[in-house]
Design a protein around this ligand. Structure first.
Ligand SMILES: Cc1ncc(C[n+]2csc(CCOP(=O)(O)OP(=O)(O)O)c2C)c(N)n1
Ligand code: SF4
Ligand SMILES: [Mg+2]
Length: 277
């Protein structure tokens, strides 16, 4: 199955807009490989939603599929409408860290709380990439960005753990240096019901890398590999030792009734009560 993979059948014949060495094409490729390995010959069963930012260019207009660009941070509300109207479709949101847990943060929490049956894939390049590398809620402590020339004085947000706390049915984190794990995780997430979240820590050489002290892309990928700690190992490691580390793996896998299932069950209950009275 893997040998026969041809990315072209899932893509429109357009030139990609990403800078050389950007991690986003790796994520794009890995997602489409996962789709292929699950046996989807095309993307007809999918609808993609994205906001604004480099990461939001992943599905639209490049995927040969129905997709929608929403205002910055509003992809999840649009995905909510699509999923509730068309429950049989696989609704997938792609977005950046600024899009999903900056301006779009409240939608992210409420979608997980409601257990909306969608998959959200968040590219965490640790800055607002498209607008020139401003500090984001995910920027590591003391890292230099365009707006924090002496280093960020805030602690970064852990979006994967936040998804768990808010009620997600699946939540995982990987980096672009772990593309095989990422592929298997995407396959599992597509087949899981409920709110599913995958964070991918990704390199942005143009707006983040050099400023943060990396000489080249290879150095960033090496850093991702050497500083990633699997979750089972992190559980036995002190908070101090985990500073500036990337905890990778599957943080939660569970089944809860989705908002769609709950609405239908409640409608049935109300109708039955009305018939009895
Ligand atoms: C309402 C609104 N505010 C601000 C912007 C400007 N803007 C465009 S992209 C972006 C940040 C994108 O960062 P992120 O979501 O992390 O995506 P990346 O480019 O890093 O992949 C901002 C602030 C906008 N387009 N709309
Ligand atoms: S600015 Fe960064 S995230 Fe955007 S395309 Fe270039 S390398 Fe990728
Ligand atoms: Mg970003």
């Amino acid at each position: 199955m893997t040998e026969n993979f041809s990315i072209r059948k899932y893509l429109r014949d357009l030139k990609l807009p990403f800078c050389p060495g950007c991690g986003i094409p790796t994520i794009m490729n890995t997602f489409l490989r996962a789709v292929h390995e699950l046996g989807y010959e095309n993307l007809n069963n999918f609808v993609f939603c994205s906001g604004i930012g480099c990461s939001s260019w992943i599905p639209s207009p490049y995927f040969n599929a129905d997709s929608i660009h929403t205002p910055h941070g509003r992809s999840i509300p649009v995905a909510t409408g699509i999923k509730l109207l068309h429950p049989k479709l696989n609704v997938v949101v792609f977005g950046g860290d600024g899009d999903i847990v900056g301006i779009g943060m409240s939608h992210f929490i409420h979608a997980a709380r409601r257990n909306l049956d969608i998959l959200v894939i968040m590219v965490n390049n640790m800055v607002y990439g498209m607008t020139g590398g401003q500090v984001a809620p995910t920027t590591p402590f003391k890292t230099k960005t365009a707006t924090t020339p002496y280093g960020s004085f805030e602690q970064p947000l852990d979006a994967t753990r936040l998804a768990v706390a808010a009620g997600a049915c699946y939540s995982a984190r990987w980096t672009t240096a772990h593309s095989n794990d990422l592929k298997e995780s995407i396959k599992k997430a597509i087949q899981t019901k409920g709110f599913r979240f995958i964070e991918v820590v990704s390199q942005c050489p143009t707006a983040y890398g050099r400023r943060a002290g990396f000489k080249n892309i290879a150095e960033m990928l090496k850093w991702f590999k050497e500083n990633s700690v699997p979750i089972h190992q992190a559980e036995k490691t002190s908070e101090k030792e985990l500073e500036k580390r990337i905890i990778i793996g599957e943080f939660v896998e569970r089944r809860r009734p989705t908002i769609g299932e709950t609405i239908h069950a409640m409608i049935k209950e109300v109708q039955m009560n009305a018939e009895q009275n």
